[in-house]
Design a protein around this ligand. Structure first.
Ligand SMILES: [Zn+2]
Length: 155
């Protein structure tokens, strides 16, 4: 069975919230994503990663663009990269783009749909909505203590 996961992550891949801020975020996410309060089966996972971890959009990924030369980056390259860092995360996001060889950051590549890297993730499983709006993201960011962005995965 396929699932949809809408994740909220800090815009800075290294940044982590306090535990209380992460839990506050999860409570408000439940309200936004499912229209709580209710006894609905809400599944929200909040995770503090020790290392920088990829937050991938799964089957929603249509294209990765290079910010340096504008070429498309091969999806196989991205899949291999995710696989090889699945267990131990990313010690650095610095990378030589496979298209033009230029030095860039994995976080700077142009992912469509969005992907990200994070040491904190709040994942809403099968939300009753597609995306959070700009104002909601601003609210979530202020609760967390850092600006956030969203990644929607189909897995
Ligand atoms: Zn390039």
């Amino acid at each position: 069975m396929s699932e949809d996961v809408l994740s909220v992550i800090p815009t800075d891949p290294l940044w982590q919230p306090e535990r209380s801020a992460g839990e506050r975020l999860a409570a408000v996410l439940a309200e936004l994503a499912f229209g709580l309060p209710s006894e609905a089966d809400v599944e929200i996972d909040i995770t503090w990663h020790d290392v920088v971890t990829a937050v991938d959009c799964g089957a929603n990924l249509e294209r990765i663009g290079c910010p340096l030369c504008g070429d498309s980056i091969d999806a196989g390259w991205w899949e291999d990269l995710l696989e090889s860092h699945a267990d131990d995360g990313f010690a650095t996001l610095a990378v030589d783009a496979p298209c033009c060889g230029g030095a860039t950051s994995l976080d700077a590549l142009l992912y469509d749909w969005p992907c990200g890297f994070a040491r904190f993730e709040a994942a809403v499983w099968n939300p009753e909505r597609t995306w959070f709006g700009d104002e909601e993201l601003a609210l979530l960011g202020s609760l967390l203590g850092h600006p956030v962005k969203q990644v929607r995965a189909h897995i």
